[in-house]
Design a protein around this ligand. Structure first.
Ligand code: PLP
Length: 306
């Protein structure tokens, strides 16, 4: 797979090596930008409409006008994906991302000034199936760092912005304790919140619980999992979950676009449930997820362990 990927930047689809933004771009200098990422399953795009809707909600919250309709954004996304699919191995899939920044800063303007045109980028990026494969055999260690998730009163975690410093700090702290660990941050009240790119669920007595939507990004995989639980007759609620609930859970799993549903092995070093990976509820949901998307989402990772 030597062919170079292409990306869309402000009206043009160019080879990635020529896809550049200005050093004056506010997305670069201030993190003044939003993005959204979906992926393919079996080379078919997943829930593009929901991801584009979420992108436009992030844009509205940020008061950035993309100067492009949702339809055009979707069409361009499909064009970029189709041009990149020949670079994706038949057993692999790809992330597909749109980014919109407020555009360039203006000479002579103050920090809030920007040129009239936003910067729009659409790109694909490989999902690290091989590197993450062990999580589907051994489970994922999760650590709650001292850093708390940005609260809605400071910057809404419901918008997917380019400002990931809070989540990066959390991951650095977790990974300094265990290089394989994922951070799951607590909210300002000490309840479980979310991680750098993932939502969390705890399972107790056959029911699943996930933090309230006010405090987290409304993960499309989180919503998909809640819908699947409903279809399977698994009780599912959104509520405050504290660390006691996590230590005493039967199972814990995280969800994300790329991970789908990934079992958690340890919580702050303590084994989760009886240590079986995955636990029975996680297993049922993983299978239902695979059924929905039309490929075995676990085998796509674990084939790298063979
Ligand atoms: N939480 C945060 C902060 C994220 O960045 C992501 C990833 O997009 C998620 C949760 C999971 O969302 P999704 O399931 O849409 O990938």
């Amino acid at each position: 797979m030597t062919q170079e990927r292409v990306a869309y930047v402000n009206g043009e689809i160019v080879p990635e090596s020529q896809a550049t933004v200005s050093i004056s771009d506010r997305g670069f200098i201030l993190g003044d930008a939003v993005f959204d990422t979906t992926r393919t399953f079996g080379h078919e795009i997943f829930r593009l409409e929901e991801h584009i809707d979420r992108l436009y909600e992030s844009l509205r919250w940020m008061r950035i006008d993309p100067q492009m309709s949702k339809e055009t954004m979707s069409d361009l996304t499909m064009e970029v994906l189709e041009r990149n699919l020949p670079t994706v191995d038949e057993h692999d899939d790809t992330w597909v991302t749109q980014r919109v920044t407020r555009g360039l800063r203006v000479a002579g303007g103050d920090i809030q000034s920007s040129a009239d045109r936003p910067t729009v980028i659409i790109e694909c990026f490989p999902i690290p199936f091989k590197e993450r494969a062990h999580y589907y055999r051994d489970g994922m260690p999760v650590i709650t760092p001292s850093v708390r998730r940005t609260p809605p009163d400071a910057a809404s975690p419901r918008a997917k912005t380019h400002n990931y410093i809070n989540l990066i700090q959390a991951d650095m702290e977790a990974r300094s304790q265990d290089p394989n660990a994922y951070a799951i941050l607590l909210d300002m009240n000490g309840n479980l919140c979310e991680g750098n790119g993932s939502n969390i669920f705890v399972v107790k007595d056959g029911a699943i619980r996930t933090p309230k939507s006010q405090f987290v990004l409304g993960g499309i995989s989180r919503l998909t999992t809640l819908d699947l639980a409903h279809e399977l007759g698994i009780e599912a609620t959104e509520e405050d979950i504290d660390v006691f609930d996590a230590y005493t859970a039967d199972e814990i799993f995280v969800t994300s676009t790329s991970l789908c549903i990934c079992p958690v092995s340890t919580f702050n070093g303590a084994s989760v449930g009886d240590g079986g990976m995955p636990g029975p509820v996680t297993d049922r949901l993983q299978k239902a997820y695979s059924g929905l998307v039309g490929i075995d989402t676990v085998a796509q990772y674990t084939r790298w362990l063979e």
